[in-house]
Design a binder for this molecule. Structure first.
Ligand code: XMP
Ligand code: MG
Length: 194
């Protein structure tokens, strides 16, 4: 939007080498995803939108406002062991759900699927709690990363965009906790890492 364009002239925006998904593009796609969820879940209730902290917060906020159904919202915070930008597959639950999900239609809302290990673990964990169903809504999917691997098809029912194999920031995605507040998604300049 014009408002964002004005806010994000210069400043922190200069840390990006390239914008991959602009605010308008993200907005339009998230609205479409919300429409699809509204359609698919019309006869299913109760519906729980489960945001995975922290990366999903802008996506969940926008997506939930595009779903015209009586959903509830809850959060989990997970962290995969090991530092850096690679997932280890061992996932630790830092904050669990506030309420039981038994009998609920759960939609996991996640910022990005990379190796797929985090969501694979989460989905299995949630399935053990007797929900009515579990589906995944991910804004980005680094599909090419998983080519030929065990988790190649994560079976995410709702995916916003295919993401190139680059470390991306913005719209919830961070580097060392920063850049989550950008309304667009892009790639950092290499200098920023060092
Ligand atoms: P896996 O590999 O388990 O990873 O699918 C999912 C989690 O890793 C983080 N991740 C990223 N974070 N830019 C980020 O800011 C990226 O390009 C990126 N790729 C993976 C993210 O937290 C996600 O939940
Ligand atoms: Mg992160």
């Amino acid at each position: 939007s014009a408002v964002y364009a004005e806010i994000w002239e210069g400043g922190l925006r200069e840390d990006l080498r390239e914008v991959l998904f602009d605010a308008d593009v993200i907005h339009d796609r998230v609205i479409e995803m919300g429409r699809a969820i509204t359609r698919d879940y019309t006869d299913k209730h109760p519906v729980l939108m489960l945001g995975i902290l922290k990366g999903s917060y802008p996506f969940l906020a926008d997506l939930a406002r595009a779903v015209n159904l009586p959903v509830t919202v809850d959060f989990m915070a997970v962290s995969s062991y090991g530092a850096g930008t690679k997932s280890s597959g061992v996932v630790r639950i830092m904050k669990d759900l506030d309420r039981a999900i038994e009998g609920r239609h759960v939609i996991i809302v996640e910022d990005i699927i990379d190796s797929g290990l985090t969501l694979h673990y989460l989905r299995e964990n949630l399935r053990g709690r007797s929900p009515a169903s579990v589906e995944i809504a991910a804004l980005l999917d680094k599909k090419a990363v998983r080519k030929g691997k065990e988790l190649e098809d994560m079976g995410a029912r709702y995916v916003g965009f295919d993401c190139p194999n680059e470390f991306v920031v913005g719209y919830g995605l961070d580097f060392k906790g920063r850049y989550r507040n950008l309304p667009f998604i892009g790639v950092l300049r290499p200098e920023v890492y060092s």
